[in-house]
Design a protein around this ligand. Structure first.
Ligand SMILES: [Zn+2]
Ligand SMILES: [Zn+2]
Length: 154
């Protein structure tokens, strides 16, 4: 189990195995972060860093990988098509879809806090957590903007 915390001060992201800790210290800027909802072991009911209950799940799969595979497959298929290797053209296109699906199936799920962006890996699945919803994400984006505006006027 692991939490990847986004530092509110310097924005650095760093993983921590101390998932039940009451506070963490940012290795980049030394900021001390107090857990607002510490403990709970395997169960993830709310964000331990900011105590927010709204979280979303996503595949722990870097989007650029998927994109890189598609771009590579497309480039290869163009070359094969140019050479009239029609079977290979199709093989590459179908193969890339299969590889994509395999990777998707192999990688784990990560749970992310809408508010502070903390990422949780290896916790017990929580049926209340669903994939990202734009509407909820927008609510928290607005909240962050308001806070940023508030900070800059002080
Ligand atoms: Zn920091
Ligand atoms: Zn949070």
């Amino acid at each position: 189990m692991e939490i990847e915390i986004s530092c509110p001060r310097c924005r650095a992201q760093w993983p921590s195995a101390a998932v039940d800790a009451t506070h963490w210290v940012c290795p980049e800027c030394g900021e001390s972060l107090t857990a607002r909802a510490p403990g709970g072991g395997q169960q993830l009911t709310r964000c331990r860093v900011c105590a927010n209950e709204e979280m979303y799940t996503q595949k722990d799969f870097p989007h650029r990988w998927g994109l890189a595979i598609l771009v590579l497959a497309f480039a290869l298929s163009c070359v094969f098509y140019y050479w009239h290797w029609i079977v290979w053209t199709w093989a590459v296109l179908i193969g890339s879809v299969v590889v994509d699906a395999l990777l998707y199936w192999l990688v784990g799920t990560v749970t992310v806090c809408y508010r502070c962006g903390s990422r949780y890996r290896g916790f017990a699945p929580n049926p209340n957590h669903h994939p990202f919803e734009l509407e909820i994400g927008e609510k928290y984006r607005q909240e962050r903007l308001r806070q940023a505006a508030h900070r800059s006027t002080r």
